[in-house]
Design a protein around this ligand. Sequence first.
Ligand code: NAD
Length: 363
Amino acid sequence: MIIGVPKEIKNREFRVSLTPSGVAELVSRKHQVLVQKDAGLGSGFSNEQYTHAGATVFEHAADVYAKADLIIKVKEPLASEYALIKEGQIVFTYFHFASSEELTHAMIERKAICIAYETIQKADQSLPILTPMSEVAGRMSIQIAAHYLEKGNGGSGKLMGGVPGVKPARVLILGGGVVGTQAAKMAAGLGAEVILMDINLTRLRYLTDVLPANVTCLYPTKTLIEEYLPHTDVLVGAVLIPGGKAPVLASREMVETMPGGSVVIDVAVDQGGCIETCKPTSHEHPIFLVNDIIHYCVPNIPGAVPVTSTNALTNASLPYLLQLADKGWKDACRQSAEIEKGLSIAAGKVTDAMLAKTFQLSL
Ligand code: NAD
């Protein structure tokens, strides 16, 4: 199979979908890999490293798309990339379809075979290709929050962990999956008072056992969230319904009760967000204010630490890419229930029930 690796074009997206060692693995199995010039530079990989691994480097994205049977990317195709996608071409990437009806319709029209990283799911319900990026985003959310809490950056001027004799900041995390757990660990490590809420009681029991004593795990009722928000310095949104739109857990009215200079980070913004006041921002313009409350809603947070993120992503995606390349998408889906869960759109039809439900499309 011919596998194409275009350069990412989303704002300040420095990740690349395949490392040179991933290329070498494909080439050793007799596949051909085409890489767009400079695609790996932001992640620390030169064009020479790719050619040395056996890839052919092309100057323009159009050449990569025109020749490849399978396009592997990091982020969803942007409008300027839609027309490059050919009928029957496999596109393997993060799509987050539920947050974009436009992208969903574009992929249906292009008759592409869309396999979404974020809905590939193991039998234990875990999401193996979303997990590493959620680990990065969860950890980063607290670094980012600490930065914006500083007075000079517009925040309230509170130190996340306080100091002996002075209270720490309070961090409220909605969702205790991968993002929420990593955020809780980071915030707790800095000494913050952390409240983590999740509707999954089994998960709450587990987290209560493994997280440090400065993390309190609670079941999220509207009343409880309302009670906490006026005394919350950092609110992190981290809920997920796989393949679906995130439920809104904090309304505008509720967010507006937070103190001035507090920070809201909706990591779930890529699935529509779970905090009503959030809308997607970019690494270039990451924040906006609602009253005096700082909102950070970048949908590709891991793009800011591409060296870590690219390696973590390839570790997770390569085993699935090898199956797709070796078997073709039909046999790969037949033989792997995990990959089949990732199949969202094929030959002009939606194949994922949750996506069909989100935009009322037929299967
Ligand atoms: P996950 O599946 O590991 O965890 C989601 C958690 O949400 C689960 O524990 C689930 O029980 C909980 N949940 C579902 N509905 C809930 C509700 N109504 N109230 C409270 N909890 C609820 O998912 P994850 O890997 O942690 O990802 C979370 C979100 O972060 C996803 O939308 C993901 O796409 C996103 N994400 C964003 C970035 C970014 O750069 N912005 C990066 C990685 C992941």
